[in-house]
Write a protein that binds this ligand. Structure first.
Ligand SMILES: [Ca+2]
Length: 344
């Protein structure tokens, strides 16, 4: 508004000046100006010049600020792009690393199989994870044990724990996700089921074969508070199928409270379709698993997987009475074996 008024005033000023200084120009010759007239003319010219300068400056300023804004947006875009590409690089790196380790694992296994076909003697045979450990396979994970004609064993996928107390452990059972049902029949417990990387039972036939030489059993357990306990047994063995995969255990050691497997010592294996327990009841059906049921349990490591708090009264959860009692179902269990004479 002020600008407009100023501009109108300026124009009025110019008109008046023009009229006063040249009332009838160009018809009449110019008269000489008075000092006051000269002063007024100079003032108007200065004001005009100033106005032009201000207009120039403000347009310059708005140009500059627009440019600054454009620059800022472009900087932000560049930063965002950089961040995105860093993330993409990181994820590619992770992919590459996991592929590399997978490949390495496969190469190891292939080398192992190649070596196995060359040296077919019992001394060099790959029995289990402890044999792999002795051949310098020191990374925990999935391995394929090659078939062995000498031992009469088929190819077998196993998960090796190469870290716990020196490594060399072959995992025979794992419960950690609850995605695999353990309420299975005799044949399935005989052959094994589940996924080697997740929840599984290696199979009574395999466990029997792997425990033919003096073997140690380690049971690791974790509760829902994240506390970890273990129980270890010397002279672990499973009888053959004619012997109903009977369990044999030596001395207990560990920190899992009272020994809750001793009660199952020298007991045959039972499943829902084969009642070999020492009870009038059908323990496998009551406890919903396959296990060395006595009458019936002090532990039920192949029971039903319950989340925290779900298991209260049916006694069919994954229990270890010596630690959390009969109504607490554990979060994670791993049973693993290795030869008694294993030297890390
Ligand atoms: Ca019975």
């Amino acid at each position: 508004m002020l600008k407009k008024t100023l501009s109108a005033l300026t124009w009025l000023c110019i008109l008046i000046t023009a009229f006063v200084s040249h009332p009838a120009w160009p018809q009449k010759p110019p008269k000489s100006k008075t000092p006051a007239q000269l002063k007024a003319a100079a003032c108007c010219a200065e004001a005009e010049e100033l106005r032009a300068q201000i207009a120039n400056l403000s347009s310059l300023l708005s140009d500059l600020s627009a440019k600054q804004e454009r620059d800022w947006v472009s900087v932000v875009m560049q930063v965002m792009e950089l961040e995105g590409s860093t993330k993409r690089m990181e994820s590619r790196l992770t992919d590459a690393e996991s592929k590399y380790s997978e490949l390495n694992n496969q190469i190891d296994i292939m080398q192992l199989q190649a070596a196995q076909t060359v040296t077919q003697t019992s001394a060099d045979a790959i029995y289990d994870c402890s044999s792999l450990y002795q051949k310098n396979y020191r990374i925990s994970g999935v391995y394929k044990l090659p078939p062995d004609d000498f031992l009469g064993s088929p190819e077998l996928e196993v998960f090796c724990d190469m870290e716990t107390t020196g490594g060399g452990w072959t995992i025979i059972q794992r419960r950690k996700s609850g995605l695999v049902s353990f309420f299975r029949d005799w044949k399935q417990y005989k052959q094994g089921f589940g996924s080697t990387r997740g929840d599984f039972w290696l199979g009574n036939e395999h466990i029997h074969r792997l425990s033919r030489r003096p073997t140690r059993l380690r049971v690791e357990m974790e509760d829902w508070e994240g506390t970890v306990r273990h129980a270890e047994y010397s002279r672990f063995a499973l009888g053959n199928e004619l012997n109903s995969y009977r369990l044999f255990l030596g001395n207990y050691s560990g920190n899992a409270g009272n020994d809750a497997l001793l009660y199952h010592n020298n007991t045959a294996f039972s499943t829902k379709d084969k009642d070999n327990d020492n009870c009038l009841d059908k323990c496998a059906q009551l406890r919903k698993g396959g296990y060395w049921y006595n009458c019936c349990t002090d532990s039920n490591l192949n029971g039903v997987y319950y989340r925290l708090g779900e298991h209260t009264k049916h006694l069919d959860g994954i229990t270890w009475y010596g630690w959390h009692g009969s109504s607490y179902s554990l979060r994670r269990v791993e049973m693993k074996i290795r030869p008694e004479d294993f030297q890390p």
